[in-house]
Design a protein around this ligand. Structure first.
Ligand code: MV4
Length: 454
């Protein structure tokens, strides 16, 4: 069957903040007009100022605006766009939204809704990976039927074990258990919590990995059967499931391991017929990789991949959605140098309390191989209603050492006045010996905050 090539003239960006700005920039370069949607709290937001048109879709609370499907669809109708880009968060992994967008004749700039559904169900995703031959963490390999089932599996794989919600993801609804007694209690708690949070009480069990790294692979796939991987990102520098520093390539793995996970990801995408951009997440411990989740969206940390591959992921994502073939078809894309991203949250660097308010001074670092993706401008206001991440500082260097010194230099130049940011935390983190050596895991930042050492 011939694939219809569409030419988008106008895209609605169903998001806010730095990612809405990022998507707008890609559209401009492709000669595509943009429509911003916004809440009343975002009347003066940068993404609204930059867009060619804008529509107010509701009050400040996200569920009444950025998550308001009828309001967003109405905005798409009245502005006569061909496509909707969901960004990350909000409606980006809402399969029902993707389905209704397509049903109304718009293009959803993302994967097919059935792939969002598949990967949103963590139990089904793991079953799919087992079928494809992707290594997963020893565990139940499916939903647990009852408490005794859980105890049996735990005794087979050994404690500690981790209980996860099938409808969870991103760390929501997890419980560690170190004994039969604790497990019996945790299963009941986890089920009740999953039921309350997701309306789905299915849970599954895995061996708890004590000191893993979080390594994820970026993929792109088109409608013509081409699948490419664009290297990996190491996202282990995180606090409470929120990544704060990401880098590519991972300082922990070698080229042979890189090729191994890349090949796994190509196989996954080909097996399920995945289209669009996506990320396959692995935990890495003791030289082994284990699949944990697949994200069916553009991610916050996509710029580090762009810096080492030279590929504009957002433009490529839009091109693929129009039915074009990927412009880069070889799978062994060239990875050049090293890139690191620091997420700049408007939070106190010690207490992590959000710090909304007016930005009274704003100076952005510059110089070679420094990039800032941000929604800030001088005298703008950071709203208390949304995520505290207001900017990302991304650097590139020919080596990891060069990238780190450039990052230190750029962090020192960065000024955000009037509100607290975690810039001082970043300065301390990237100046540790452990970070210089690339020796960190998912617990390192938490420990650093407590003991001032990685
Ligand atoms: C794990 C784990 C240890 N063992 N699974 C947290 C988010 C979700 N994507 C999976 N997560 C984890 N799964 C087993 N069997 C530790 C984590 C985890 C984590 C993973 C990635 C990045 C940050 C994390 C922070 C805490 C726990």
């Amino acid at each position: 069957m011939a694939i219809e090539i569409k030419k988008f003239k106008k895209i609605l960006i169903a998001n806010r903040g730095e990612i809405a700005v990022r998507i707008h920039r890609a559209c401009q370069e492709l000669g595509i007009q943009t429509v911003a949607v916004h809440s009343t709290a975002d009347n003066d937001a940068l993404h609204v100022k930059m867009a060619n048109e804008s529509v107010c879709i509701g009050p400040a609370q996200a569920d009444k605006s950025y998550l308001n499907i009828p309001a967003i669809l109405s905005a798409a109708e009245v502005t006569d766009v061909e496509a909707i880009h969901p960004g990350y968060g909000f409606l980006s992994e809402n399969a029902k939204f993707a389905q209704i967008v397509e049903k109304l004749g718009f293009t959803f700039i993302g994967p097919k809704h059935n792939h969002i559904t598949l990967m949103g169900d963590k139990v089904e995703a793991i079953k799919c990976m087992i079928k494809t031959g992707v290594p997963t963490i020893p565990g139940s390999g499916g939903a647990i039927s009852d408490v005794e089932d859980a105890v049996k599996i735990a005794n087979k794989i050994g404690y500690p074990v981790l209980i996860k919600a099938a409808a969870g993801g991103g760390g929501r609804g997890m419980q560690v258990a170190h004994s039969d007694l604790a497990l019996r209690k945790a299963v009941l708690i986890a089920k009740a919590e999953a039921k309350a949070a997701f309306g789905d009480d299915r849970i599954y069990l895995e061996k708890f990995l004590e000191k893993p790294r979080h390594i994820e692979v970026q993929i792109l796939a088109d409608m013509h059967g081409n699948v490419i991987t664009l290297g990996e990102r190491d996202c282990s520098m995180q606090r409470r499931y929120q990544k704060i520093i990401e880098e590519s390539p991972s300082p922990a793995i070698n080229d042979k391991q890189r090729k191994y996970i890349s090949d796994l990801c190509v196989k996954i995408c080909k097996d399920i017929g995945y289209i669009g951009c996506g990320t396959v997440e692995f935990l890495y411990e003791n030289d082994e990789f284990y699949f944990i989740e697949m994200n069916t969206r553009l991610q916050v940390e996509h710029p580090v991949t762009e810096m080492v591959t030279g590929v504009d992921l957002v433009k490529e994502q839009i091109n693929v959605a129009m039915g074009h073939e990927l412009r880069i078809k070889k799978n062994d894309i060239e990875l050049r140098g090293h890139s690191i991203e620091c997420r700049i949250n408007a939070e106190n660097a010690e207490t992590f309390r959000p710090s909304p308010g007016k930005v009274t001074e704003y100076f952005v670092p510059g110089g070679p191989d420094v990039r800032v993706d941000s929604c800030l401008y001088n005298n703008c206001t950071i709203s208390p209603y949304y995520d505290a991440m207001v900017a990302k500082l991304i650097v590139h260097g020919s080596t990891r050492e060069e990238a780190i010194s450039r990052l230190q230099r750029a962090l020192n130049e960065f000024i955000v006045g009037g509100v607290d940011t975690i810039l001082p935390l970043h300065q301390r983190l990237v100046s540790t010996n452990a970070f210089a050596k690339g020796e960190y895991n998912i617990h390192s930042v938490g420990r650093f905050i407590e003991n001032k050492r990685l």
